[in-house]
Design a protein around this ligand. Sequence first.
Ligand code: GLA
Length: 713
Amino acid sequence: MPEIHHLRAAGTSVVLDARGDATPVVVHWGRDLGDLTAPQLAALADAQVPAVTASSVDVPLRARLVPLPADGWSGRPGLTGWRPGGGPGDASDEARAAAHPGLRHAGTTSDGAALRTVLADDAAGLRVVVTLALGASGVLESRTAVTNTGTSSYALTSVASTLPLPARAGEILDLSGHWSGERRPQRLPVRDGVWSRETRHGRPGHDAPFATVVGTPGFGFRAGETWVVHHAWSGDSAVRVEHLPSGHTVVGAGEIWGPRDVHLAPGEAYESPRTLAAWSGDGLDGASERFHAWVRARPGRAPKPRPLTLNTWEAVYFDHDLVRLRDLADAAARVGVERFVLDDGWFRGRRDDRRGLGDWTVDAGVWPDGLHPLVDHVRGLGMDFGLWVEPEMVNADSDLARAHPDWVLRGAPGRDPVGWRHQQVLDLARPDAYAHVRDALVALLEEYPVEYLKWDQNRDVLDAASRPQVLATRRLMDELQARFPGVEIESCSSGGGRVDLDVLDRTARVWASDTNDALEREQVQRWTGLLVPPELVGTHVGDARSHTTGRTQSLGLRLVTATFGHSGIESDLTRVGEQELAAITRWAALVRGLRPLVATGRTVRADRPDESCWVHGLVAPDGSEAAFAVVSRTSTPDAVPPPARLPGLDPARTYRVERVDLAGEPVIVGDVPPPWWDERVVTLPGGLLGEVGLPLPGLAPEQAVLLRLRVVA
Ligand code: GLA
């Protein structure tokens, strides 16, 4: 068995030095190093052994797979815990050793794509298995399993998957945000200390770091080296970048728990969620390419073609009325909608957001014949039917809460958690509560031909352990999917509060935000697209006046923005004028035509000198076609904006570029646009389009242009 392991895929190499009985070290995670011989690998591993510095441990200090103080590591440990059995005063050897573990390497095996390292501390009664798997797309999956091999209960207090980064990775980018403003990027330099992004919402939250990028300073979408890490977990997490004055930089990711949450009985094991990581030598786009390929290649999860969707929320809110909704369905079918989703407001007592959650039967007052008349109508028009649910929650004003007040998740007996949208969490870790909700959902899915569940989760899990809730929710989704394999689930959480690559194992798309303001949406989509491919991100055309920002936007901008994802409509089409309806109908046809490109295309984003105008697009895997959006966000600093460089095309082929106006001419400032603008078509080599770009007119703020490209030679 080799002692230095080399994984290679998609232009990436990972080299693990597993010589000796100390915990192994990742000595390289980055650019593909080629086919190295054993002596070359040994030379590489030797070259990575650092000097012993002054006033430090007497051995070379390494950022090991599970860094621990026992190996001289003074940064955050990769594993902490203790044996509470005998209390803090327990002076048994096992208890003392467990609080200060020192892991020894018991062997590393490889199947060529995945490494499995076994570590043990027999005195502490701990066995740790770290797996590192480099998938064909270049995404590195890391997991840590901890088994209590001791004689008493072991309380785990933290486990983090830890990866070392080179010194040149000097700049951090991650995301933050809030309701209706998810995934806002922030950048900062790597400094001594810990940059830790912690989410304690019991869901990733609107402010989730989502992707933690560390890169060579100044990295962009198309340039620079980047190391991108995502903690694939729908609960409390911490992702940190840590730099020690000794010169070590690591990135670590793990769950956050309370002190009582993860207690392992003798023989019991904990398995961490996956930490997913990708290196790119071509900026953020290169990392996105790897993540998108990983998501698209998951076994059994190839998405069906994405039906154009109409969601009723912003059209009617809680005002459910059969005649009105039938009219809306008629209007939807006329423009080419393929899936009609009935949002919140259909179930017992749900006349507003203060009551009803938990009572998952159809409200007999509003729907005397059940949902059948609407469902039949929708399906008669040739559309799928989808339904909104929020299974993890309960309103105090509900029959369920009245019958089972003890099913409300509470941190302390008798203490009601602070309300949030007037609702509480239903304790799904209780078998009775779980079975009740499951049976209610099963009854609905058996009675109605529902093809899609918009699965919402509208509050944080704040003052009780969230891990059992996360696990129960996964189980519930799994059970329903096994029973109704045709039903697609959307992960919604007051917009984009639960967007992660774990929930996407069980869901067919995410609702990235409650804002349909196109400019806000451009931002949310741009950064959600760092990890999630566009066909899995809902992108809806909202009303001209956005319900979240009050801003009024042109139909052209709204349509272009809603093209680059799983397209839909979130607007009362019965109140939209004929001209707009005609434009939406044309757009629906375009969306159908672009569907294969959206489902398979490579996401590309141009680096531009300023943020006033964004250029992004999708390029077919074989380079034969592409679609780009040019989005003018604000007025340009220069009267004549820099040309739109269209990255990612095949440089050796020639493309016909067509400007497609979805809803009238974009407003431009100035008299004479560049010649191709009025001609609407230009034919140029891909290399030139990428390097030099297309000259742009002075686009007025909040305008968007769609470009369709096809190879002609
Ligand atoms: C959340 C969702 C919205 C909508 C409402 C309904 O806020 O994000 O899309 O479904 O709930 O109450």
